[in-house]
Design a protein around this ligand. Structure first.
Ligand code: ZN
Length: 363
């Protein structure tokens, strides 16, 4: 059985297959309007995320399928303490595919390990949100006609922004990608991302301190929110915040074909006077999210019938049950009675990492 738990679960050929199918769906909507007739998608949302849930729901409906599920853990048996593994086995009796959103990191992986149907991670804590990454890739492909040969600027919170980390990892699978990191000192891309992803996978990057100095070089500008709470010093926030706000004025130096992406919701990092500019792609990006989820649902249902597509969910040398994960929001801690801890050597050769959430073990 194939699942989508992290963006790296897909090979570059498979990523391409999904993006190509999404483009065909966009061009031939009628052709796909009944392909999932009789199939059911379960949306298991343990925390509210209306936007993502509606995107999945609308995707399945446009394929002619049905949707069931819950949008709040309090209204389900979860409030009675049922484990993710048990809930999954119950839902398997009702639905052909699962989309799970969970505040606990690693919950969708545990679901997949116990599931007879494909499981899609619709976001687990601050760990991963792979369908956002697919959305970003489809938007770049649709807007620019390519996912190779790109200079991409990431602006704002590069430290905590998981959408940024996932997209950089996914881009490492494409050719001739240059990354420009535009962030205040406090919110720079973490060192492990630079080493494990940029250096190891060969994605050249440079770091700059303001949008103005690089905007003319970019093919894509990926904006994220800079939250005041992330700064220790409020004065520092006030001093730097405007360097990371996009205004119509700053766009004057940008290429005419540059595209602006944002995972939304925005607060004030993109001025509303940018919205009317044809380079602003962030609302089109939302619609692409629906199309790419349609393609993903179709592919996973198709691959479920093809044993040759199977791949182990957890590969490599794993140490079971010996260490406790340092992350209190990891499923190996929140469901310690039901989920065995698992660690594997980290990609940078520097100690061990939790299989569920990628944190280090507790000392
Ligand atoms: Zn963990």
């Amino acid at each position: 059985m194939r699942h989508l738990i992290e963006p790296t679960d897909l090979s570059s050929a498979e990523l391409d297959e999904i993006l190509t199918l999404a483009l065909d769906i966009i061009a031939n909507r009628e052709k796909y309007s009944e392909v999932c007739k009789g199939k059911k998608l379960a949306t298991l949302f343990y925390e509210p995320s209306t936007r993502t849930r509606l995107s999945f729901t609308s995707a399945m409906m446009e394929l002619g399928g049905n949707v069931l599920g819950f949008s709040d853990a309090n209204s389900s048996s979860v409030s009675k303490g049922e484990t993710v593994a048990d809930t999954t086995k119950v839902i398997n009796c009702f639905a052909d595919i699962i989309a799970m959103r969970h505040p606990v990191e690693g919950a969708p992986l545990v679901s997949a390990l116990n599931s007879r149907t494909p499981v899609i991670n619709a976001g687990d804590g601050s760990h991963a949100h792979p369908t956002q990454t697919l959305t970003d890739l489809l938007t770049i492909k649709r807007e620019l006609g390519r996912t190779d040969n790109l200079t991409i600027g990431f602006c704002g919170d590069l430290k905590f922004g998981r959408t940024v980390h996932s997209l950089i990892k996914a881009l490492s699978k494409f050719k001739n990608i240059n990354v420009v990191l535009i962030a205040p000192e406090e919110l720079r891309l973490p060192g492990y991302m630079k080493q494990e992803v940029c250096d190891k996978l060969g994605v050249p990057y440079r770091e700059v301190k303001s949008l103005e100095e690089v905007i003319g070089d970019l093919d894509v500008l990926y904006m994220t929110r800079v939250q005041k709470e992330r700064f220790l010093d409020e004065e520092e926030y006030e001093r730097v915040k405007d360097c990371f706000v996009l205004t119509a004025d700053k766009l004057r130096d940008a290429k005419p074909e540059m595209r602006i992406l944002h995972p939304l919701p925005r607060v004030n990092e993109i001025a509303t006077d940018v919205d009317a500019d044809p380079r602003a792609a962030y609302f089109r990006q939302v619609e692409n999210g629906k199309f790419v989820r349609m393609a993903l649902i179709l592919k996973l249902l198709e691959w479920a019938q093809q044993p040759e597509r199977d791949r182990a969910l957890i590969s490599g040398d794993v140490i079971k049950g010996e260490h406790i994960c340092s992350n209190p929001k990891c499923i190996s801690n929140t469901e310690a009675h039901a989920v065995e801890s698992m660690l594997r050597p980290s990609a940078d050769g520097n100690g061990l990492r939790c299989v569920y959430c990628e944190h280090r073990p507790a000392k």
